[in-house]
Ligand binder design. Structure first.
Ligand code: HEC
Ligand code: HEC
Length: 255
């Protein structure tokens, strides 16, 4: 363990020195660098990240959809030292080989972004708080409303495709604990909320003010599931805005 840490520190030191003198951006990769990078990627990364780089949930290193933007130097460092306390291992590559992998990935991302949309999590966060008005129903890290599910760690629970679908087709797949229910009391009053439980005699809802409401079935004229109160954003947000929001949501992983 000690030797490992020591080696990592040595590599890091060497790296800092390397980048201090030759910033990566200033280097020009040759075609053979890119080919070597591709070979190394296939040999050392594809077994976990997949040949297209999208096999680890929430990370698409084939398209540059990382949890947070990384500079080339940070990418090289990640490859060399791994990410502590996660399955992402340190590799045995030299810093030069790691830079070739990064050059290969960057070239791939550039060629893909010319044809497909790449999300920007920072823009997505702004949309979440402004135009999307998502915080009026959702909470992230304690801020926002509890009407809809808490999204603080939604990126760890859903794939990008699932998130995209939640935004464009909210009723397609609703988690059982998020189903909405409406009761109509005998006096005509209606209450809507997330259904917590119901049995032969009673119904429990969490209403829009996050209050637990209990009803006796004898007092109800009607009770039924209703569609999700979440609007579809399929037409109100552009494709780019949706992609940005999905990037942001994917980045929400830890409390
Ligand atoms: C043994 C499996 C494994 C191998 C091999 C592997 N990775 Fe990873 N990698 C992971 C896992 C798992 C994560 C997510 C770690 C976490 O939970 O933060 C990750 C995370 C990353 C991240 C951070 C992404 C982000 O959005 O934060 C980058 C970049 C990355 N890997 C690149 C590579 C490259 C390049 C290679 C090949 C040199 C490689 N990985 C090899 C499993 C692996
Ligand atoms: C009027 C309230 C409301 C608004 C506004 C709203 N949501 Fe929702 N959202 C909900 C409710 C309720 C659910 C749970 C039912 C469902 O899945 O449709 C939900 C579900 C979700 C889910 C799926 C959660 C899961 O566990 O799979 C995501 C993701 C989501 N919303 C994101 C957003 C984003 C991003 C915005 C803003 C662009 C937004 N919502 C705006 C009420 C809302």
């Amino acid at each position: 363990m000690r030797t490992k840490t020591f080696t990592a520190a040595l590599i890091l030191g060497a790296l800092c020195a390397l980048f201090h003198h030759t910033p990566l951006h200033a280097q020009h990769e040759t075609a053979s660098d890119l080919l070597d990078g591709e070979t190394a990627f296939k040999a050392s990364c594809a077994n976990c990240h997949g040949p297209d780089g999208d096999q680890i949930q929430g990370i698409d290193i084939g398209r540059g959809r990382l949890r947070r933007p990384m500079t080339d130097a940070e990418l090289v460092q990640t490859i060399l030292t791994g990410i502590p306390n996660t399955p992402m291992p340190a590799t045995q590559m030299s810093p030069a080989q790691a830079s070739q992998v990064v050059a290969y990935l960057r070239a791939r991302w550039a060629s893909i972004s010319a044809t497909t949309l790449v999300g920007d999590a920072a823009r997505g966060k702004t949309l979440f708080d402004t135009k999307g008005d998502c915080a009026s129903c959702h909470r992230v890290q304690g801020a926002g409303s509890g009407l809809g599910p808490d999204l603080t760690t939604i990126g760890a629970a859903r794939t990008a495709a699932e998130l995209q679908r939640a935004l464009t087709d909210p009723n397609a797949q609703v988690q059982p604990q998020d189903r909405y229910y409406r009761v109509t009391l005998n006096d005509g009053t209606q209450v809507e909320g997330r259904l917590l439980s119901h049995d032969t005699f009673s119904v429990h809802l969490l209403d829009s003010n996050q209050r637990l409401r209990a009803f006796s079935k004898a007092d109800l004229r009607e009770a039924a599931f209703i569609t999700s109160p979440m609007p579809s954003y399929a037409t109100t947000l552009t494709a780019q805005e949706l992609t940005d929001l999905v990037s942001y949501l994917s980045s929400l992983r830890t409390r």
